[in-house]
Design a protein around this ligand. Structure first.
Ligand SMILES: [Zn+2]
Length: 367
């Protein structure tokens, strides 16, 4: 009896030990895999933590606000004399200098429309646009063995010089062209359009014939006006899609407003404009704002001739934004997050921020 009991006890103990061993092993296995996952998690947590810590430290200092407004600058000619639609090379250089000093950094119109903003933290994005494809926007002064000399007084010359001197001022600008010879020199057209795209700048649509949409009553002519420019550019810069448009005269169909949809997208022809800009008078909404309309982007006149700008020119708005008359967009430096002070949270459209993460913070009163 006693022996049997001992045996029984032993076997019970053995079984228990065996169970413990097995579970122990599997626990060990789990622990190992846990640890492996754990390391990744920890690394990720640490990265996130570091990001959050960085923003935590800087938030009160840099005060990011990605619900704020952005200036889309409207230029036309770069010419000898300052006029309603002409800026001198000196003035244009001065504009870039002032933008740079005031903490503006260019982004492309496409990136603005799509909310892809990688402007460094504490800086404000600005969009630079040119209408009409004038020769003085992109002029070639000589060519030798396929080496082209760009007129340093033309817009492209000034922009590239400025970017070379200030590499942290990205070379971003959109040139809206028609179906004439954009930038005037037929023999250099291929070179010019390809150069712009290679340098990371954009070509936009200004309609084939500088078309006034106001009295338009049929969709066919709208589609023709838009598709022609898209096709032309595509035939010269293979694979480049013209998908931004500047309304000539800022005109929209007035007799039949429903025709506006054809300016956005073609039905017979294959095109879709992700950004449509108007003729300007003020900065426009954050791309994450509830009311941001990519088909109705306002612009600011890049001029300081008060008889034309009447307090709404580039310098007026730089000033007004600085004074807080409108909220200025200030980047958090992270394209994956959209950072806004708590009070601006309700203005943000979660659908528009898409995959990005919304970060809010309480702005402490510094005064
Ligand atoms: Zn125009």
């Amino acid at each position: 009896m006693a022996i049997k009991r001992i045996l029984k006890k032993t076997s019970v103990v053995f079984i228990i030990l065996l169970i413990l061993f097995i579970t122990g092993c599997s626990q060990d296995a789990e622990t190992i895999s846990d640890t492996e996952e754990g390391i990744d998690d920890i690394v990720q947590d640490k990265e996130e933590e570091e990001e959050i810590i960085t923003s935590d430290i800087d938030l009160q200092k840099i005060k990011p606000n990605e619900a704020g407004q952005i200036m889309v600058l409207m230029y036309h000619s770069i010419g000898e004399e300052e006029k309603e639609f002409a800026r001198t090379p000196e003035s244009f250089r001065k504009d870039l200098e002032k933008l740079y000093e005031t903490g503006y950094r260019p982004i492309s119109l496409k990136d603005y429309a799509e909310g892809n903003i990688d402007t460094p933290s504490g800086f404000s994005p600005v969009v630079i646009t040119f209408d009409d494809g004038n020769k003085n926007q992109f002029n070639i002064i000589s060519e030798e063995d396929e080496t082209y000399t760009i007129d340093p007084k033309s817009a492209v010359g000034i922009l590239t010089d400025f970017h070379e001197a200030h590499p942290d001022f990205p070379l971003e600008a959109t040139f809206f062209v028609n179906d004439n010879v954009p930038f005037g020199q037929k023999e250099y057209l291929d070179y010019k359009l390809n150069y712009l795209v290679e340098q990371g700048m954009d070509i936009g649509n200004h309609t084939a014939n500088h078309f006034d949409f106001t009295n338009c009553t049929d969709s066919k002519s709208i589609e023709h006006e838009i598709w022609t420019v898209k096709e032309k550019v595509d035939s010269i810069v293979r694979g480049y899609e013209v998908n931004t448009l500047s309304l000539p005269y800022g005109s929209k169909p007035k007799k039949d407003e429903s025709l506006f949809q054809y300016i956005v997208s073609g039905q017979e022809q294959d095109y879709h404009n992700i950004a449509i800009v108007e003729v300007g008078w003020d900065p426009y909404k954050s791309p994450y704002d509830m009311d941001f309309n990519p088909s109705g982007i306002h612009r600011v006149r890049a001029s300081d001739l008060q008889e034309y700008v009447k307090g709404t020119g580039i310098y007026d708005w730089m000033d007004r934004l600085e004074k807080g008359e409108r909220t200025k967009f200030v980047s958090d430096g992270n394209p994956k997050t959209v950072t806004v002070p708590e009070d601006y949270k309700d203005q943000i459209d979660l659908e528009k921020i898409g995959e990005r993460e919304l970060v809010t913070y309480v702005l402490e009163d510094s005064e």
